[in-house]
Design a protein around this ligand. Structure first.
Ligand SMILES: [Mg+2]
Length: 146
């Protein structure tokens, strides 16, 4: 079976950074695996499924090497091919590869899968939803103490 995985957030997490007021301050590229999807990725490789990584990043030798370095650092020895759609929707690439299952954090991608390809939504790092609350609590504590 052909199984495809997005890279950013789906395999390798990013974190949303907020300032003291809870406003969005940027994105941090962590080295952390997506704890839900990465085990499915390893399982597919171990089963001998045909695994591909399909990212909408701009392709370059350096980008590809960095992605491969990270995969190796996570104990992946059989590196799957990496495809770059350079900002385009992944639909055509997934269709060409014959993907039957695609993991992605982007609902837009999952809404445009080729026929016969089942989408699996990858959960984001908790920072994308949680820190807002934490930031609000910190602000509340500051108000109490002032
Ligand atoms: Mg992504």
């Amino acid at each position: 079976m052909v199984i495809t995985f997005d890279f950013d957030d789906t395999l390798k997490l990013t974190m949303l950074l907020r300032d003291e007021d809870g406003d969005i301050a940027g994105i941090d590229y962590t080295d952390d695996q997506n704890p839900v999807v990465f085990p499915a990725f390893e399982a597919a490789l171990n089963r001998g499924d045909e695994v591909h990584i399909v990212t909408s990043r701009m392709g370059s030798k350096k980008t590809k090497e960095k992605m491969q370095e990270w995969l190796l650092s996570q104990g992946i020895s059989r590196l799957p091919p990496i495809h770059f759609t350079e900002g385009q929707l992944k639909h055509d690439t997934l269709a060409r590869l014959g993907s039957r299952q695609h993991f992605d954090d982007d609902p837009e991608e999952l809404a445009h899968l080729p026929e016969g390809c089942r989408g699996v939504r990858a959960p984001l790092h908790p920072s994308w939803t949680e820190p807002m609350r934490e930031a609000h609590v910190r602000q509340w504590v500051r108000t109490l103490l002032s």
